[in-house]
Design a protein around this ligand. Structure first.
Ligand code: AOF
Ligand code: ZN
Length: 359
């Protein structure tokens, strides 16, 4: 829908939308299960209001931006343009519809990056604005806005939660010594980065072997996430325990359930697809982080359930008796699992490699 815009208009819209995307990112660890959304209000080529959604239940991005615009510019917003990274909502949820708030404020034009696929909205916000005579432009910085909330879009469009698999490995593809020792192969910066992955996830999935071997905390504890730690919901910890080796009376289990939600999967008949379906339907989870051993990692990969693989590779060799990063067997080259590298970054002594899988 940008076809009729001149290059100069396109550039202008992209400029302000980029700012709205930056604002949206400020909520990326705290809005779950809601999407991260940013909004900028522009009048006479000046930003007069900025806002972003911070937590579910709190006002949406548009409301914060309008409040700031009112404060700075009185109530005369005629002629102003609102840039929003997601279509303004049209439903009465935990908060009233943002489309109504924009109309009542007298906003003349709304520029939207991406349509909200939530069935409660899904074009309803755009229709409402247009009926009220507000000009609507969509599709500005669409890809970047989509990337803000990949899990939300995937689930709202009928898919399973977005699955990210994280593996910390040596140069020879090993994750720990045979006796379980693994602290620490990767750098401080890599481990700090994992805190970001956890803070974006509604659930962390691990296996009973990892729990019994390492007693890991698998929680968010970093003070460097740019937001108050108390505002970040601890992800649901999902433990795959088909052999029923973990007991509710275990010290580890007791220590966890006092601090965060834990889901123990002891039903051997439940498939990973059924688990992911249940996480989205019953727990409103859109993003999952798999932090597990080689067997669980292989199951997710072989079943084609991984959207993104993040590998932190440390500059060491652990040798042949150390544990492999992935546990699967293949006889023929056509049985290989192929990933596509999308980015690489250094993390002190390590490299962070991010891969996607063709679906
Ligand atoms: C917007 N602006 O900043 C956000 C939107 O329960 P509620 O009332 O918070 O509504 C949540 C839904 O609203 C969410 O699933 C998504 O469709 C939309 N999020 N919409 O206009 C915002 N965060
Ligand atoms: Zn809204």
């Amino acid at each position: 829908m940008t076809a009729t815009l001149s290059p100069a208009e396109c550039y202008q819209h992209q400029y302000y939308m980029s700012r709205a995307i930056e604002l949206a990112k400020k909520g990326r660890f705290t809005t779950r299960p809601n999407p991260s959304v940013g909004c900028v209000i522009v009048k006479d080529n000046q930003i007069i209001g900025e806002g972003f959604h911070y937590q579910a239940g709190q006002p949406h991005a548009e409301v914060f931006a309008l409040r700031q615009a009112y404060e700075r510019y009185a109530k005369h917003l005629q002629g102003a343009t609102a840039y929003v990274t997601l279509e303004p909502c049209s439903h009465h949820g935990r908060t009233p519809p943002c489309a109504d708030a924009l109309i009542q404020a007298g906003i003349s034009r709304v520029v939207i990056a991406v349509v909200d696929p939530n069935p409660k909205v899904d074009g309803g916000g755009i229709a409402k604005l247009q009926r009220a005579g507000v000009e609507v432009i969509t599709g500005i910085c669409e890809q970047a806005a989509y990337q803000l909330n990949e899990g939300f879009f995937k689930v709202m469009r009928g898919g399973l939660p977005f699955v990210r698999l994280k593996i910390a490995t040596s140069l020879d593809g090993r994750t720990a010594m045979a006796n379980g020792e693994s602290k620490w192969i990767t750098s401080d910066q890599s481990r700090e980065d994992v805190q970001r992955l956890r803070a974006q996830a509604g659930a962390i999935i691990t296996g009973s072997e990892t729990i019994l071997q390492d007693h890991p905390a698998l929680n968010i504890r970093s003070q460097q996430l740019g937001v108050n730690l108390d505002d970040i919901p601890q992800p649901l910890l999902v433990v795959l325990d088909r052999r029923q080796r973990i007991k509710m009376t275990d010290a580890w289990y007791q220590s966890q359930i006092n601090k965060r939600p834990v889901l123990l999967i002891q039903d051997a008949t439940m498939s990973l697809t059924q688990l992911l379906t249940s996480l989205k339907d019953n727990y409103q989870i859109h993003d999952v982080l798999v932090e597990a051993g080689a067997t669980v990692a292989a199951s997710f990969l072989q079943q084609g359930l991984v959207d993104e693989l993040v590998v932190y590779q440390a500059p060491c060799f652990l040798g042949n008796s150390a544990k492999p990063m992935i546990n699967f067997t293949a006889q023929h080259i056509h049985q290989q699992i192929i990933a596509s590298l999308v980015s690489h970054e250094t993390m002190e002594t390590d490299i962070k490699l991010t891969y996607r899988f063709d679906k």
